[in-house]
Design a protein around this ligand. Structure first.
Ligand code: ZN
Length: 703
């Protein structure tokens, strides 16, 4: 055997393993190997193909990258037009006695009459919120991909589609026709969208507006590398055999989809079969209820007559098929008018602008308020009092203002400005440099902050005071029983009963105690017990309960472990705090400022005096190793290892790998196309290492 054939065989083996892994991951949703293993196989194949260019093959999984088109996109005429479906809606305002689902029932009745069949079978599927595309395969190889465009002519986005790993470049198995056209949706899964936007915000890039725009925008990138960097997925939902629009690969749509899966196309796992109108509507409600938990965005469901012979019998009306319909969820966006812009004060004093709206029905719920997030967002959108705006309400998410309708702006409006003083307590509202939120500086003097702070303090993951609901907290503050969380531990049974009595008087309700004919005190007994029980806890819960800005459960745990005792933590300088893993300079600043504030120290002393306690531990041993105590920052991309690998290796040597450069940074490792962190390091005179120096260091320590 020559060396050449051995290498060729190795390439074939690697391609097979990667294709299988893609199939398991994207089609079966049952990954066979860990991501790291997949990356290793991919790198191995890339290296092999680079060393032996003669082995390169257009269907190699390494070719999930495309070449940049010369200019713009070429038009593609679809061999068989891409259909658009008629829509049906459920009428959420239907008067009593009328059927809110009559549009769907009418559709099913027309199908039944057309076929002379009672309760035919429908293939039912979620309607994905992405971009419809058509993929053409010749002799098993992906040759062209196009957008829907106007249905008869779309744009050639082949190069970009090649970067979507869920789209097979080569068909699996056998039995596929010489020419195959697969239709489906390219979309951005929620998790990928969230991760992408989190990264953009961290790196100062531009976040995507929503997953749908994300998918559409990514596919229309002129540079396929940009598309490749976006987390896109694909589900197939249709198939044609050009040039014959009536040619089929199975006798039913559902069977055709099963065949496509076998050939390597992912299909939506929620696809199902339903019988008649009742079956379709039951599916609609089931998917609607699960909608927010699905890993992808949808805007309705689609019902298609499953049997192809029945589809042909029904045919088309204008350009839409008579055998399918899209049942859409109520619109999640509506236009209304901003009547005022108020601010709401949160637990840490963050002042959130909120638009008070002319009431409007959005997705079946009356919306009167929508968040504007922060002053920057108001400025970006330029929302003004009196403006007409688009409001969006998706699932359980708080309604938000998406954009202003500029042509409806009345005359004489003014840009909105964050007020200088808190509307609740009158303290100054300040905004620190580099922070999105402006804050009321009143601390616990501010009743709004006090309510949120105590609610957080008592919450399940913090001190876990069972039964102390928002209503009681509000009344306890209103009647002056609570000035800080420490006051909770002074409350007696009589205090609770008096509070309840005063609240009932204020609200003009007949006291339950009178109605029952005896004094019911069980609830107050339970509360006193729950408060007493919360005294014995852990340092990490206590730190979380304090509500230090930016300090969540995970950070509270890390801090508790690192310092072992509250006193050690309270003594720590900002520089010492940044030595804690995952604590950056901004968070260190928040923590130091919190413990430096005399009011906070007073509350902590009062809590300890009241008997709140926990077991303190020895501080976690300082990291050991040649880089112990040194803070390292990575920037740019390294050629021989990933950012995560470099981080792991540096941490193994005792270093703390931080996300931003400060004077405490020991050195910055700058890879390819390093950006602002490198500039900052240069400005601060921090030592800068290249990849070779890092590798030499790792090598000298045997990693
Ligand atoms: Zn305030």
């Amino acid at each position: 055997m020559t060396q050449q054939t051995a290498v060729a065989r190795q390439a074939t083996t690697l391609r097979g393993a990667i294709d299988d892994a893609n199939y398991r991951y994207y089609v079966l949703d049952d990954p066979s190997i860990p991501d790291a293993e997949y990356d290793r196989l991919m790198r191995e194949l890339e290296a092999l193909e680079a060393a032996h260019p003669e082995l390169a093959a257009p269907d190699s999984p390494t070719r999930h990258v495309g070449a940049r088109p010369a200019s713009g996109f070429v038009e593609v005429r679809h061999a068989i037009p891409m259909l658009s479906l008629s829509n049906a809606f459920t009428d959420t305002d239907a008067p009593d006695g009328t059927d809110p689902d009559h549009e769907v029932r009418d559709f099913v009745r027309r199908v039944e009459q057309g076929l002379g069949v009672h309760e035919p079978e429908f293939a039912v599927e979620p309607k994905l919120d992405g971009l419809a595309i058509s993929l053409r395969y010749e002799n098993g190889l992906f040759v062209q991909g196009a957008t829907r465009g106007d249905g008869s002519t779309g744009e050639d986005v082949t190069a970009n589609l090649r970067t979507v790993k869920a789209i097979p470049l080569k068909l699996r198995g056998d039995g596929w026709p010489a020419v195959l056209e697969v239709r489906g949706e390219v979309f951005m899964p929620r998790a990928g969208f969230d991760a992408y936007n989190a990264r953009m915000l961290r790196e100062g890039g531009k976040p995507l507006a929503n997953p749908r725009n994300g998918a559409a925008g990514s596919l229309r990138q002129l540079d396929p590398h940009v598309t490749a960097s976006r987390p896109l997925a694909f589900y197939a939902y249709g198939v044609n055999l050009p040039p014959d629009p009536d040619a089929v690969i199975a006798d039913r749509h559902s069977a055709a989809m099963a065949k496509l899966r076998g050939w390597g196309f992912p299909t939506c796992p929620q696809n199902a079969i339903a019988r008649g109108a009742d079956g379709c509507l039951a599916y609609f409600r089931k998917i609607g209820a699960a909608r927010n938990d699905l890993p992808y965005g949808i805007d309705g469901v689609v019902y298609k007559v499953d049997r192809y012979d029945q589809q042909r019998e029904l045919g088309f009306v204008a350009r839409a098929p008579r055998w399918a319909i899209a049942h859409k969820f109520p619109a999640e966006e509506q236009a209304t008018v901003v009547e005022a812009i108020d601010i709401q004060i949160g637990r840490t004093g963050a002042a959130t602008p909120v638009a008070r709206l002319k009431p409007v029905q959005v997705a079946g719920v009356t919306v009167t308020n929508a968040t504007l997030h922060n002053a920057d967002q108001v400025a970006r959108l330029d929302v003004r009092v009196g403006d007409s705006v688009i409001v969006r309400r998706a699932g359980d998410v708080i309604p938000e203002v998406v954009r202003v309708i500029p042509e409806r702006r009345p005359a004489h409006t003014e840009p909105w400005k964050m007020p200088a003083h808190c509307p609740i307590c009158g303290s100054a509202i300040e905004r620190e440099e580099g922070e999105a939120a402006a804050r009321c500086t009143g601390g616990l003097v501010c009743a709004a902050q006090r309510r949120e702070a105590i609610r957080h303090f008592a919450s399940r993951r913090a001190m876990d005071i069972d039964g102390l609901g928002e209503r009681y907290i509000e009344d306890l503050i209103a009647f002056d029983y609570l000035h800080s969380p420490a006051d909770l531990y002074k409350l007696t049974l009589d205090d609770f009963l008096a509070m309840k009595r005063r609240a009932e008087e204020r609200d003009g309700v007949i006291p339950e105690t009178v109605k029952a004919g005896k004094i019911a005190t069980k609830w107050a007994d339970n509360l006193v017990d729950a408060i007493a029980a919360s005294k014995a806890g852990t340092l990490e819960r206590f730190l979380y309960a304090l509500g230090i800005p930016e300090v969540g459960e995970a950070t509270a745990k890390t801090l508790a472990r690192h310092f072992g005792s509250l006193d050690a933590l309270m003594r720590a300088s900002e520089a010492e705090l940044t030595e804690v893993n995952d604590v950056g300079p901004i968070m260190a600043g928040h923590i130091a400022a919190f413990f430096a504030e005399p009011r906070n120290r007073k509350v902590i002393v009062a809590l300890r005096n009241a008997g709140v306690h926990w077991k303190e531990t020895a501080p976690q041993r300082k990291a050991e190793g040649p880089l112990a105590g040194r803070v390292v920052v990575l920037t740019g991309s390294l050629l021989s290892l990933t950012r995560d690998e470099a981080k792991d290796k540096l941490e193994a040597l005792g270093a703390k790998v931080a996300g931003s450069v400060s004077r405490n940074t020991a050195f910055v490792v700058a890879g390819e196309s390093a950006g602002s962190k490198l500039e900052k390091a240069e400005a601060l005179g921090v030592e800068i290492w290249d990849e070779a120096r890092l590798l030499a260091l790792l090598k000298s320590h045997g990693t």
